[in-house]
Each structure stands twice: as C-alpha cells, then as structure tokens.
Design a binder for this molecule. Structure first.
Ligand SMILES: Cc1cc2nc3c(=O)[nH]c(=O)nc-3n(C[C@H](O)[C@H](O)[C@H](O)COP(=O)(O)OP(=O)(O)OC[C@H]3O[C@@H](n4cnc5c(N)ncnc54)[C@H](O)[C@@H]3O)c2cc1C
Length: 360
C-alpha cells in the first residue's frame, strides 16, 4: 500500500509528490496521458515561479519577460491604458516543459510516476482508499493508499467520486498562436469578453499567443474570431480548457484531499492557477500525515489562511470587468501608469502605497 496516490501530474500533483517522496513517503503519481499534454495554458506567471523550480530551470523554460500590461476597453485599435513596472513583473514560460520538469523532479525524488494511467474510480474505506486505474493496454487494476491527492484538474474525477462540491464556476478558455517572433514586454488585455477578457501575449521566439475566456454559453468561438480578425492574424494550433473559479467550502474528506484546479485554487481575476496550486501543494505537504486523517483539517485551514483573502479580493477585482464602459475608462485612467502591484496578490492593490498614489 502506498502512503499517497497522487492523481494528475500537473504543477500541484508533481510538486506535492516531490515533497512527499523527499520526506520518505511511498508515493505513486498517476497521469492519464503524457505529462504536459495536451497544452491548455498560457504559462504567464509571476517571477515567483522560479522559487518552485531547480536552479537553472529558466534556461529551458523562459520564453519572454513582461514588465506591464496595456488594458483596452475595446479591441486593439481602442485606447490603451498602460500599467507597468521598471523591471519584469512576470514571465512567459513553456508550460509543457514546466510540467515535465516538475514531474521529473518528483520521479528523481523516488515517486513512482506512471503515465497513461487513468483513475476511473475511488473507494474511500475506513483505513485506506482503493483506486481503480485504466492502464495503457485497456485493462483495469486497483491500487491502494492511505490517502489520495486529487490533482486532476478543473473537471476532477476524484472530486466527483468522493462527493466534494464543484467550483462555483467553470470558464471556457481558448488559445491559438502565430509564429512570427515577438519579444515585446507588454501583454494586451481587452475587456471585451462577458465577465472576463481576451488577451495577446508576446512569447519571444515562440511567437504570439491570442486567447479569450468567458462563461460557458457565451459565444467564445465568435468572440475569439473577432479578436484575431481585429488584430489581422490567422493563428493556428487552437486549444482550449476549463478555468475553475471559486473554491467549494471543503476540499477534503476523511482520506482524500484536492489541490490546484480540482480545488479551484485560482485567481478569479486572471484564471491563473500555477502559483496558487503550487503554494497549496507546499502547504499540503507540510501539514498532512497520511497515517493521521485529522491532519487534513490542518491543510484545509492552512491553505485558506494563505489564499482565501487573495481569492476574495480577486473576485472583487473581476467584478470591474462587468462595469459599464465609461466607468471602466474612468477607473483605468485613474490607476494607469507605474504600479507597485504583485500579480498574484490583489492585497497589494489595496496597499497603503497604492491607495496614496490613487488619491494623491
Ligand atoms: C486557456 C487557459 C489559460 C491559462 N493560462 C494560465 C496562465 O497564464 N498562468 C497561470 O498561472 N495559469 C493559467 N491557467 C490555469 C492553469 O493552467 C491551471 O491553474 C493549472 O494548470 C492547475 O494545475 P492542475 O494540475 O491543478 O490542473 P491541470 O493542469 O489541468 O492538470 C491536471 C492533470 O491531471 C491529469 N488528469 C486528469 N484526470 C485524470 C485522471 N482521471 N487520472 C489521471 N490523471 C488525470 C491531467 O491529464 C493533467 O495532467 C490557464 C488555464 C487555461 C484553461
């Protein structure tokens, strides 16, 4: 019997597995496909990312450095409201390589990493969890662990099987790319999608990404086509994914806990979840003892202590995307210019220094 079975080798799954294996626990990390595939993420992250990676990882992963954003109430021809810093605020990274780097590190620490292993069912018993797994040859097998970490993304099967509530909302995100290199240091954000936004991200030698996210039911495809037509481009390699917003009241049962998108540990105003999910993975690894189920309460409290305020303020910020356009323009005009805000921490927007700038 394993100490932990981790379902899903995205950032939080591999990060948690790495820590748990390093502590000497027996860990299996099950991934339904190939690690990192299929891509459904911009890989636009704060520079804090590097604290979670081995030294030198940037040589492989870093595609571009970003020092600000141009906000638009309309399309590319509309007025731009710039927000910037004199140094890099964020980095654009190769998301597929990120997942591979983290999974390799977990395996090197002793994790039993198995690709092409899809978890199809879970039976939570008094002293263990029995997991049913579909193998690459089409056969099924069972595996047992003291605890299971559900790191299987926004439409988590683990969450569903153990009866934890779904996130408040699942947005539909779409991406596509053009190939001409662009090493510009600003992303463009267009407040044109219902309750969310569309974007253009320069990815250095890897080209340019165009993207959009909106609630299901919104005309995501035609809104995305309008965006790319307005830019005069015909991007290829279109891909899409779900973005969970709003964590459920509990992300734990007696022997199962969720981390990452499965738990909707994301920023409501950007949909970003790479950093929050790895923060939560670190908290899970430092609080949970697989032989003591009550330690799951400690995880539940600790990740909320760290992230819940940021998520709440992030939700407030997102409401601004739905304000009438004249009010959006007023707000952007009042706030634009050099900023001292951290992209993962909305609390910094409400800092004394920022408020002084706003009202001076
Ligand atoms: C369009 C889009 C753009 C985004 N851009 C950004 C961005 O720029 N910055 C940012 O920080 N975040 C971004 N995100 C969010 C980010 O991708 C997620 O928050 C992050 O990937 C969370 O990681 P995760 O491991 O929880 O989920 P996932 O990355 O979805 O990983 C889950 C893993 O579990 C595996 N899995 C699923 N089911 C099973 C099963 N039954 N058995 C075994 N394995 C299974 C999957 O194959 C996958 O590898 C974006 C999301 C979308 C959709």
């Amino acid at each position: 019997m394993y100490d932990f079975i981790v379902v899903g080798a995205g950032p939080p799954g591999s990060r948690f597995a790495y820590h748990a294996a390093t502590k000497g626990y027996d860990v299996a990390l099950l991934e339904k496909g190939e690690v990192g595939q299929p891509l459904a993420c911009s890989g636009h992250v704060s520079t804090d990312l590097w604290e979670y990676l081995p030294a030198g990882a940037g040589d492989e992963l870093l595609q571009n450095r970003i020092s600000g954003a141009r906000f638009h109430v309309g399309g590319p021809d509309s007025k731009a409201y710039p927000f910037y810093k004199s140094e890099s605020i964020s980095h654009v990274i190769d998301r597929v390589e990120l997942d591979k780097t983290l999974a390799r590190r977990a395996a090197d620490a002793g994790t039993d990493l198995r690709e092409q292993h899809t978890v199809v069912d879970l039976d939570e018993q008094r002293d263990r969890v029995v997991v049913t797994v579909a193998r690459p040859d089409g056969t099924h097998t069972t595996m047992e662990a003291q605890m299971v970490a559900g790191c299987d993304g926004p439409t988590s099967r683990v969450r569903d099987r153990v009866g934890i509530d779904a996130p408040e909302e699942l947005l539909h995100g779409v991406l596509a790319f053009t190939d001409a290199p662009d090493a510009g240091d600003r992303v463009d954000v267009h407040l044109t999608a219902p309750t969310f936004f569309s974007w253009r991200i320069p990815r250095g030698a890897a080209g340019v990404e165009y993207g959009l996210a909106a609630p299901p039911g919104a005309a995501v495809k035609s809104l995305f086509d309008e965006l790319t037509e307005a830019y005069g481009v015909e991007p290829s390699r279109r891909c899409s994914g779900a973005i969970p917003i709003g964590p459920p009241d509990s992300v734990t049962t007696d022997r199962v806990f969720l981390i990452g998108d499965a738990a909707a540990q994301t920023k409501p105003f950007t949909g970003g979840g790479i950093l929050y999910s790895m923060t939560a993975a670190d908290i899970a690894a430092s609080t949970i003892d697989p032989s003591v189920p009550s330690t799951l309460d400690a995880y539940e409290h600790a990740w909320r202590d760290t992230l819940a305020t940021e998520i709440r303020l992030g939700s407030l910020l997102r409401r601004c995307y739905s304000l009438p356009e004249p009010i959006q323009r007023l707000g952007l005009r009042a706030l634009d210019g050099e900023i001292g805000v951290h992209m993962d921490r909305p609390t910094t927007l409400f800092s004394r220094a920022q408020l002084r700038r706003l009202f001076s």
